[in-house]
Ligand binder design. Sequence first.
Ligand code: FES
Length: 126
Amino acid sequence: MSAQIPANPSWVHVCAIDEIPLLGSRVLQCGEGDDIALFRPAAERVFALADSCPHKGGPLSQGIVSGDTVTCPLHGWNIQLDSGQACAPDVGCARKYPVQVRDGQVWLSLQPDAQAEIAVATEAAA
Ligand code: FES
């Protein structure tokens, strides 16, 4: 399953959480060849990573989700969904995107670091 979203640094509504298969993923095509994979390892948990393995660019969205990791379909590296870090002994990191689930709806920031979370916290406080 895939969806189109604009390249925008602010939070964007992506889909209802139920549109992401449990223990599966959904791919967001960003228009720059830089797809983002949304993973749902549990009923109310969603993580977003660049859909590119830190090893050789395999499509993480086609991997197997188990616990809080996804196994890359190409060579079997395990990637932590909450950080994008490869599990030891492998070394590398997939780009991570902040995600929020509000009232069953998934929101994504296209800023791939903690700065997005800070920006949202600042907006909420204003
Ligand atoms: S490309 Fe993912 S393990 Fe090699």
